[in-house]
Write a protein that binds this ligand. Sequence first.
Ligand code: C5P
Length: 405
Amino acid sequence: MYGKEQNFRGYKVVVGVSGGIAAYKTVDLVSLLTKRGAEVHVVMTKAAREFIGPVTFEAISGNKVHLDVFDSPPGWHFPHLELARIADAVVIAPATAHFIGRAACGMADDLLGTMLLACQNLVFVCPAMNVAMYKHPAVQANINKLREFGYTVVEPDYGRLACGDTGPGRLAENDRIIKELENQLLFNQDLNDYTILVTAGATREPIDPVRFISNRSSGKMGFAIARAARKRGARVILVSGVLHPKPPEGVNLIEVESAQEMYDEVLKHYECVDVVIKAAAVGDYMPENVASQKIKKNGNALTLELKRNPDILLELGKRKQHQLLVGFAAETQDVEKNAKEKIFKKNLDLMVANDVTVPGAGFGTDTNVVKLIFAGGEANQLPMMTKEDLSNIILDNIRMLKKCK
Ligand code: C5P
């Protein structure tokens, strides 16, 4: 698992470095963020490279440093958009007078400026410059403009500057920058007290050493829930079938193949978790006999005898004590009726039901269209939304149900 000192695990931070002497301190900032588990991507302006080399940041962050709008890492078509999309937070340190002026005007004349315009998440600007420059009305007006954009300005420290002057203008101490990030990035950690077990993806039931029976589940929904729960401070155990999308970071990932393996792992952890969210598409049947050698074809049809797999959720429902149980039901008809029957049969608190035939819902998509059905019979149809947004709504409801328990 992870400790408190790893509290940025699962977060991606883009650190923008503009051309000031304080750039050397940013190396330590990147190091601290990395040690705390953040995935850090550094973007440098041309002037920043006069003070410090990209190789230093590359070695510390473990990621390629981004220098140019037209220099994409493999698979990244638009680095400025890609960086803006992945960044949970952008930290500009040091932010020079020039960069602050460019940002205040919305200039998109290099990678850092362009990325900043595309960024919709938290932005922290850490000015560092000579005292007189810092106090100049033009710089102050620009800084105020950045505040109006919603950026957090981490005020510089007071002290002796590299130029020999004394006053405000020293890049804020890294501890203060990190504290500010913690305050805002980790602010909404309302699931701090929860251990949540999430199952995701498809199980595979072996037929012989090379063949299996499986289903179309991509694991995206379960992964999105695990990621959102982790970001909200929960300890997450993710029991996942075959992995397709990139698994979330900062979670205890347990990979399984068959329904029986998933059953064993889920039951092993059941006692110590507060919530189980069963987003996995568990195979209902497995071959009665698994061939030890590859089955040879002959001219005839092949008949496979299947037997029932254990119903994991049914078993959890029978053994339920303090846990809250959330199931998923992928239906092609009578969604609400079928889901209500399953809530009753499996002793669930909440069922997330969807009609997988509806466009934008179900397997493999990045969106989902679901109805939340509660044990009391209440049903709430939600509009189409991203799996990420849906995850947070499910978690909000879990929190509410837990409080009422
Ligand atoms: O397949 P069914 O519609 O009954 O699935 C409803 C819920 O039960 C899902 O959350 C699924 O993960 C769970 N389930 C299970 N074990 C099975 C079959 C389904 O835990 N063998």
